[in-house]
Design a protein around this ligand. Structure first.
Ligand code: SF4
Length: 266
């Protein structure tokens, strides 16, 4: 049985043909594109994972900012590859390294001594079953607020752009997180489960709670989308959707629709 994820569903929505290339044909691009923004983001994520795993294991032991930043530097150096691309003109590897360092330092200063909540898990896989369809995902951190007793689902973003609140409110991932975390920790089901998006570059956080009614509406949308995907698979009718996003598509060199497009987007 197919196991879906938020990114798998999003890929289909953006372009059914790229969904086929990626998830059904499992085509690996000749030259994988690794942007330095994503690299910096994953290094920050790993550093926060280290911070909270350590804190969960040794709740009474302090972790210093120096230790956290040293860890960041170690992860950065160990995983660095010359294949990582810097696209933005005027930016250097060092600029991005320092950006990540500042993000972590600001987060640390704003949240120390990390006693507002108790961490239950870090990078935990959640599995959601909606009308027989399986959807999985990973949550950066699940915690319980020490004051309210509410379940908190923390998601860390290193994007350089702040989203519209309405976009976040309608984010499918938010609902999946809430459904998955409640299922994983049913003992907190009577309390509100709050999803917290941390936009680290801006020191901003956005909190959301969906009612059961809102969650049911999202579940219905997910079922509709998966049924569309399964019908498309059965008919083998994956249509390309040429748009400006093709310029960032890892399959653009093999995609006939993009190659034959008279006015290839730039
Ligand atoms: S290049 Fe464009 S149309 Fe072709 S698979 Fe990628 S996103 Fe779809």
């Amino acid at each position: 049985m197919t196991i879906y994820s938020h990114s798998r569903l999003s890929t289909f929505e953006k372009c059914p043909l790229s969904y086929k290339y990626k998830y059904l044909d499992k085509i690996k691009p000749e030259i994988p594109f690794i942007g330095i923004e994503a690299y910096m983001g994953s290094t920050v994520h790993e550093s926060l994972e280290y911070l909270y795993r350590r804190q969960k294991k040794m709740p009474d032991a302090d972790i210093s900012l120096i230790l956290l930043l040293d860890k960041y530097e170690t992860i950065w150096d160990e995983n660095w590859s010359e294949d990582i691309k810097i696209v933005k003109e005027g930016m250097t590897k060092e600029d991005y390294f320092l950006q990540g360092k500042k993000i972590l330092a600001d987060y640390y200063k704003n949240n120390q001594p990390f006693d507002k909540e108790k961490t239950l898990s870090v990078e935990e896989r959640i599995d959601v079953n909606i009308e027989g369809f399986k959807i999985m995902g990973f949550i950066d951190r699940i915690a319980v607020n020490n004051e309210t007793g509410n379940l908190e689902i923390h998601d860390y973003k290193t994007s350089g752009r702040l989203p519209q609140i309405s976009d976040l409110q309608n984010d499918r991932q938010l609902s999946l997180y809430q459904i998955g975390a409640r299922k994983k920790y049913p003992e907190y089901d009577e309390k509100e489960a709050v999803v917290i998006y941390h936009y680290l570059k801006f020191n901003e956080e956005f909190r959301f709670h969906k009612t059961d009614e809102e969650l049911n509406a999202v579940k219905n949308d997910i079922v509709d989308l998966i049924q569309t995907i399964e019908l498309t698979s059965w008919e083998n009718n994956f249509k390309p959707r040429v748009s400006k996003l093709c310029n960032w598509c890892e399959f653009s060199t093999i995609c006939p629709a993009f190659q034959n497009s008279a006015d290839q987007p730039v």
